[in-house]
Design a protein around this ligand. Structure first.
Ligand SMILES: *Cc1c(COP(=O)(O)O)cnc(C)c1O
Length: 381
């Protein structure tokens, strides 16, 4: 397993991790589906649920290298990663502060289950450092952020949150699913724990469910020990598929981000579009912060149709964009947050989150952007 932390990110995508089979010197990692490994005279006792089989370790090494972290663990879903990290880093009676407007699954875990596990939490009322500071209590252990956030791509100032956390002796955890390490390397800014739904950009082909956590050795050891008991490790076949996918992560995300920028520019001057949310646009509230902390502005954008446009009819009329949930795949997707991720909220709650019924979220794929724009243009009427 190679250690390549000084390399640039595209090279890391291809070469970090990786396992050379000495017998054949094949170019790719062999798949080791075994759930039973010899233990006599071995350094470690390998078992898939212990996160230590060859396919799990090479993939974890690649992800850790990409995020500029020490170590990583790979999980069977993003939520398995999140649950394991929360329960490991928050003991019974401990408290954590969570940014408002998180991914729906994370919000569900907190509001439905965390109190039953004896863990306390508070959601912030805004995304400024003061909003986090207000909620810190004597038993607070970490601050949790998600930037850019779903669905209106709010940008949290990572450096400001890290400084606040450090001044209070707290950890900072980020869900970096939307940005990916190609666009945002938050560990360089001082974030302690990076979480991913690898189901999205890491997998990138809408056919793998997986998750990951990156942190230093001590934190990873705590999470590994909890996760070993909870279960939720990833099987060898999916580890292999994900390792394969990640070799093209940088190419895909750069193309997707460039496409998103062009689509955002096109929509922002269209007379059937009320408003566009994309951190790459100068009028986005988080644009200046995004410029500071992101390499590219990501491949997710949202926009509101003008009154009189029917969001369902519009989605059905598209030929290339698939009206479909999830995100991050090579194919461009469109969905209505009011009908999907935010459907359990009341219209008033949605309004407060900035999620109108006319809001549509795009996940830009890798297609030719001219075709994507033509598809939108033809049907915006
Ligand atoms: C999808 C997603 C998750 C959850 O990941 P799963 O792989 O679906 O379990 C967490 N955070 C964000 C930002 C996501 O988009």
């Amino acid at each position: 397993m190679k250690e390549n932390k000084k390399l640039q990110y595209k090279t890391i995508c291809v070469h970090s991790g990786g396992y050379v089979d000495e017998k054949t010197l094949g170019a790719v990692t062999p798949v080791y589906p075994s759930t039973s490994y010899a233990y006599l005279d071995m350094d470690i006792q390998q078992y898939p649920r212990a996160f230590n089989t060859p396919n799990q370790r090479v993939l974890a090494d690649k992800i850790a290298a990409l995020e500029h972290g020490e170590q990583a663990l790979v999980f069977s879903s993003g939520m398995a990663a999140i649950t394991s990290a929360f329960l490991a880093l928050l003991g019974p009676g401990d408290h954590a502060v969570f940014q408002k407007g998180l991914y729906g699954g994370t919000t569900g875990l907190l509001t439905e289950d965390m109190n039953n596990f004896g863990r306390e939490f508070t959601f912030t009322k805004g995304i400024q450092p003061e909003d986090f500071e207000k909620e810190i209590k004597p038993n607070t252990k970490f601050l949790y952020i998600e930037t850019p956030s779903n669905p209106i791509l709010n940008i949290t100032d990572i450096k400001a949150i890290v400084e606040l956390a450090k001044s209070r002796g707290l950890l900072t955890i980020i869900d970096n699913t939307f940005a990916t390490p190609i666009n945002q390397q938050s560990m360089d800014i001082g974030v302690d724990v990076v979480i991913h739904s690898a189901t999205k950009y890491f997998g990138g082909h809408s056919d793998i469910i997986a998750g990951a956590v990156v942190a230093d050795k001590n934190i990873i050891e705590k999470i590994r020990s909890m996760a070993h008991n909870l279960g939720g490790s990833l099987n060898a076949m999916d580890c292999y598929l994900l390792e394969r996918s990640m070799k093209t992560l940088a190419l895909r995300v750069e193309q997707q981000s460039a496409n998103a920028m062009k689509i955002a520019e096109f929509l922002s001057v269209h007379n059937k579009v009320q408003r566009v949310y994309y951190p790459g646009l100068k009028d986005h509230t988080g644009h200046n912060t995004a410029r500071k902390q992101m390499r590219g502005f990501g491949a997710m954008l949202s926009f509101e149709l003008k009154d009189g446009m029917d969001p369902i009819k519009f989605q059905k009329s598209l030929e290339i964009f698939l009206p479909s949930m999830s995100l991050g795949g090579v194919e461009s997707l469109i969905c209505s947050p009011a009908m999907t991720s935010h459907s359990s909220l009341t219209p008033e709650q949605r309004e407060k989150e900035g999620v109108k019924d006319t809001l549509l979220r795009l996940s830009a794929g890798i297609e030719d952007v001219e075709d994507l724009i033509a598809d939108l243009n033809k049907n915006l009427k």
